[in-house]
Design a protein around this ligand. Structure first.
Ligand code: SF4
Ligand code: SF4
Length: 364
């Protein structure tokens, strides 16, 4: 991304900037925080650690404001973020302005031969890696955490770690939309730290696909537009692929709910949701619950994020009713998707009006 679009409103004197203390007050304590980990990823002095669900300050804040202005859900009076600027961002990102509430798109497809949105997403990521269009995928998944020293404590397997994938054989480790919030932003910082030969000089900037829940995507565009040029996070992002349409849960609340049912969240190896039932797998045993039984652990922040479909992604994939729907948004990714369709790697049908209306309903 060579062009730079800066927020039109000056941030004012350094003492007037919104800083981590404001994130704590406005975002964390109001339970708007979606746990994306971008604040920890962008802090230039590594002063923020991520807990299971929220960030906390554990170092010396130098009041730069970068965490606040990069957070995808923070707003202040001067700075209305995407509500004021979505047209400018869309012109920059896509060359056009949205005509639909779910954002700009070039094509919308229904994907017929998959069981989950993650399956076609992984095929696209694999294609990008195999054709050397990216160097790595930054996401959440199994495996050792990247940039993990910024995690306050080890995360349960079910909550996932920020990971960086450089090898196609590792793609199955990626699960961007977990049952709980997951600090995908930290994977970008990890990718930058692991892959950049030079952090400060802009040489050897790796190309990374950011594979994340839809609610996290705005953080990238906010970072790109910040007045602080920062190659740590935003400049390495070559493509954004997001998954939309899932509910998620507080890790800590889910821990309590499951403990009451005799299950230790740290011992859960995986889960599967079908219709309104969730199966937790632990020690090769399956524990089934209706989603209503764990509803008290639902994270309220997700309903406060205006971006329901990852509107600033190159590709958004998610569920609309029982259909797996792919929104191809950017001209940069469109020829790649067309190649995959022509090569029969993914088989698609054009979405009809019922799908468009289903997407519109996500914004009602
Ligand atoms: S130094 Fe900047 S990014 Fe880090 S916590 Fe303070 S205001 Fe946030
Ligand atoms: S939403 Fe993300 S960037 Fe904002 S406070 Fe929470 S973890 Fe940090």
């Amino acid at each position: 991304m060579s062009q730079k679009l800066l927020w039109p409103v000056p941030y004012g004197k350094i003492t007037q900037r919104m800083i981590f203390a404001n994130l704590l007050k406005d975002v964390v304590r109001t339970q708007v925080c979606i746990g994306c980990g971008t604040c920890a990823a962008v802090c230039p002095v590594n002063a923020i650690q991520m807990g299971y669900d929220y960030p906390r300050l554990f170092g010396m804040c130098v009041r730069c404001g970068y965490c606040f202005y990069t957070c995808p859900v923070s707003v202040d009076e001067q700075f209305k973020g995407f509500d004021n600027m979505h047209q400018e961002i869309e012109k920059l990102a896509f060359g056009e302005v949205r005509k639909e509430p779910f954002g700009v798109y070039r094509s919308i497809y229904v994907l017929k031969e998959f069981d989950t949105p993650e399956e076609p997403a992984k095929l696209i990521l694999k294609y990008l890696l195999e054709n050397h269009l990216i160097d790595a995928i930054a996401t959440i998944g199994f495996g050792e955490p990247s940039f993990g020293f910024m995690l306050q404590q080890p995360r349960p397997r079910i909550a996932g770690n920020p990971i960086v994938i450089t090898n196609v054989d590792e793609i199955d480790e990626a699960i961007p939309q977990w049952l709980t919030s997951a600090p995908s932003g930290m994977a970008l910082r990890g990718a930058s730290e692991e892959l950049s030969a030079s952090f400060f000089q802009k040489s050897n900037v790796p190309k990374v696909a950011y594979y994340a829940p839809s609610s996290h995507v705005r953080a990238i565009w906010r970072a790109r537009m910040s007045w602080i040029a920062n190659s740590k996070v935003e400049e390495i992002v070559e493509y954004i692929i997001s998954i939309f349409g899932r509910t998620y849960y507080f890790t800590e609340k889910l821990r309590t709910v499951l403990l009451q049912k005799g299950i230790n969240i740290s011992e859960i190896d995986g889960y599967e949701i079908k219709d309104s039932v969730v199966d937790f797998i632990s020690d090769n045993k399956v524990f089934s619950f209706s989603l209503d039984e764990i509803a008290e652990a639902i994270h309220p922040g997700i309903s406060k994020v205006n971006d329901r479909t990852g509107e600033y992604s190159d590709i958004s994939i998610g569920m609309v009713g029982k259909n797996i729907v792919m929104i191809v948004r950017s001209g940069r990714i469109e020829p790649i998707v067309n190649n995959m369709i022509n090569e029969n790697i993914i088989r698609v049908e054009e979405a009809d009006m019922s799908i468009i209306e289903g997407l519109r309903r996500l914004y009602v």
